[in-house]
Ligand binder design. Structure first.
Ligand SMILES: [Mg+2]
Length: 340
């Protein structure tokens, strides 16, 4: 792989602390000069606090290495000329909205004029009916709806709790408007993240992996942007969600630490070859068509090519229950798949 994007909450750390081995993974990337960025939908705290938290775990990072949807929202509002804007984010996060004229929402300042947009982030238990009603009122007046993320939930302590997504959905439903999302899984956010890696322009996005614990924002979003989406079994990961979601990660890792142990860090090297071998093993041998319309593995195809003995029709063409191959007796139904 040529570069990596890492989710933070649930991937690099949880409320219990840093995920074991996560720091070593980042250390290995730094020592090999493989570029990476942290891409998070966390909007409950400003970027400076994220840097502080990572440093508290012993991981030296700069604010520039962390991409959040809050800064993307600032760019969007400035480009679109939304002024002023009403933010619904925790007070601490307001510092990342510098550059915008802020009113109403969680600013504590009354709106003297109709805002150009409302910005919805993760307010957690700070949400009140009054705040939702205020945002809804703005939307009814034709104000733009900007969502920092659509994430459904996240792991707080040992409990899954509502993220910004359900509140965005409620406001969309009530106002019949559609939010403009600035964070993962949007294509613009991923394109900006890939660009920030500073790789040569001819680098294929397929050589970049996004590693995270969210099936939709991290895995599917990255895949839709052309990158690989790797899921970790930490944070909010749930087996049943993986099987029911319809999302197919390019890889599923025990944790972000597995990346440095199992996967080769050198671009396009042994790691890719090992992956190919593993994928071939998982796929099994090619499947041949059974004369009766069933699907048998390659052995049946080789058996079929044998010449009939004693001028008789090759019994294998009749697809019997037992096949002979390499001195072993194989049961067609159980070993090679049923044809009837
Ligand atoms: Mg996460």
């Amino acid at each position: 792989m040529r570069g990596f994007l890492f989710d933070l909450d649930g991937t690099m750390y949880t409320d219990a602390g840093a995920v074991p081995g996560a720091l070593e993974t980042i250390g290995a990337l730094r020592s090999r000069r493989i570029p990476f960025r942290f891409v998070t939908n966390t909007t409950g705290r400003p970027r400076s606090k994220l840097v502080e938290r990572l440093r508290g775990y012993g991981l030296e990072v700069t604010a520039d290495e962390i991409l959040t949807p809050v800064r993307a929202a600032v760019v969007l509002c400035q480009e679109q000329g939304y002024r002023p804007v009403a933010p619904y984010v925790p007070e601490a996060t307001l510092e990342d909205l510098q550059g915008l004229d802020l009113v109403a929402g969680t600013t504590g300042r009354a709106a003297t004029a109709r805002p150009g947009a409302v910005i919805i982030g993760d307010l957690g238990d700070l949400w009140t009916y009054e705040l939702l009603q205020e945002a809804f009122g703005f939307l009814l007046d034709g104000v733009e709806l900007v969502a920092l993320s659509r994430d459904r939930y996240w792991l707080k302590g040992n409990q899954l709790v509502l993220d910004a997504g359900p509140f965005v959905a409620a406001l969309e439903y009530a106002s019949s408007r559609t939010a403009r999302v600035t964070g993962k899984p949007t294509r613009q956010f991923y394109d900006a993240a890939v660009k920030s890696l500073g790789l040569p322009p001819d680098t294929s996005p397929g050589d970049i992996a996004m590693i995270g614990d969210d099936l939709w924002s991290d895995v599917r979003g990255a895949q839709e942007a052309g990158c690989q989406g790797w899921l970790v079994r930490t944070g909010k990961f749930r087996d049943e969600q993986l099987s029911e979601s319809g999302v197919v990660p390019d890889r599923v890792l025990g944790s972000v630490a597995e990346r440095s142990r199992r996967l080769d860090l050198r671009a396009g090297s042994g790691g890719d070859r090992r992956r190919e071998r593993r994928d071939r093993r998982q796929r099994g041998p090619p499947v041949g068509l059974c004369p009766l319309g069933g699907r048998h593995r390659q052995m049946l195809g080789r058996q079929q090519r044998r010449r009939p003995r004693n001028g008789l029709e090759n019994p294998l063409r009749q697809c019997p229950g037992r096949l002979r191959g390499r001195g072993r007796s194989l049961n067609a139904a159980s070993t090679l798949g049923s044809c009837t």
